[in-house]
Write a protein that binds this ligand. Structure first.
Ligand code: NAP
Length: 205
């Protein structure tokens, strides 16, 4: 796959390194791509850098990992029709007041990316766990919850979660994703085994 990483910070950086290591072509992007040269070197020969627009165009699959309040600024026309994994979390204390209009956070993201095949992914996982895997350090098997309205996007995301050395646990549609959204849902910010994840999901869904 060609994967465009939008926002190459704590989440986008190590995920891009893992996927480049798994053999995918990766473009890291930010508003200042010149700052990403070291990251791309660390990721190996499959990785390069670009602007947000270049990565949006480059990727067949996109990893969205910019601040929540920046999502309306993304080039949505370039993302239409693509599978977009979104790690977005809304923290009012950090992002300020945003009117979600009764939507889940991921439905709100999808409303700003019309035509994109959105998957909520990695939002409930701590960046340090991703970094550990990217660094080749030992790790415990951990679940990553997913939600999507699109079957193709689900399949792609499940593969990429496994290639990032986590286990995917599918929750349901974007409308069902409140159960693992920030900041206080029962399945948010939980670092648990796939079995424990399925047990807790059965209780809370
Ligand atoms: N950190 C975690 O443990 C964690 C865990 C799960 C989910 N999340 C969520 O994942 C998302 C990203 O978090 P993060 O911790 O990776 O953030 P981060 O380290 O701050 O990285 C976000 C990147 O987005 C870029 N960016 C900032 N404003 C932008 C804009 N207006 N347009 C385009 N790019 C912009 C920044 O790069 P430039 O300034 O170079 O453009 C920055 O490196 C957030 O929604 C967060 O809540 C974080």
């Amino acid at each position: 796959m060609r994967i465009g990483i939008l926002g190459s910070g704590f989440i986008g950086g190590p995920l891009g390194r893992l996927w480049a290591g798994a053999g995918h072509e990766v473009m890291f992007s930010s508003r200042h791509p010149e700052k990403l040269v070291k990251l791309a070197e660390q990721a190996g020969s499959k990785a390069k850098t670009g602007t947000i627009e270049e990565a949006a165009e480059f990727g067949d699959v996109i990893m969205e990992a910019v601040p929540f309040l920046s999502i309306p600024d993304l080039p949505s026309d370039l993302l239409a029709g693509k599978v977009v994994l979104s790690a977005a979390n809304y923290y009012p204390s950090r992002d300020g007041h945003i009117e979600l209009g009764g939507k889940t956070q991921s439905e709100w993201v999808a409303s700003h990316l019309p035509g994109a095949k959105l998957v909520k992914a990695f939002n409930m996982m701590r960046a340090g766990e991703i970094e550990r895997r990217a660094n080749g350090e030992p790790f415990d098997p951990l679940a990553v919850f997913l939600a999507s309205d699109d079957a193709e996007a689900r399949t792609v995301a499940e593969q990429l979660v496994r290639e990032a050395k986590f286990e995917p646990v599918f929750v349901g549609r974007l409308a069902d994703s409140a159960v693992f959204q920030a900041t206080s849902a029962p399945l948010y910010d939980v670092q648990i085994s796939p079995d424990e994840a399925r047990r807790r999901l059965a209780i809370h869904s």
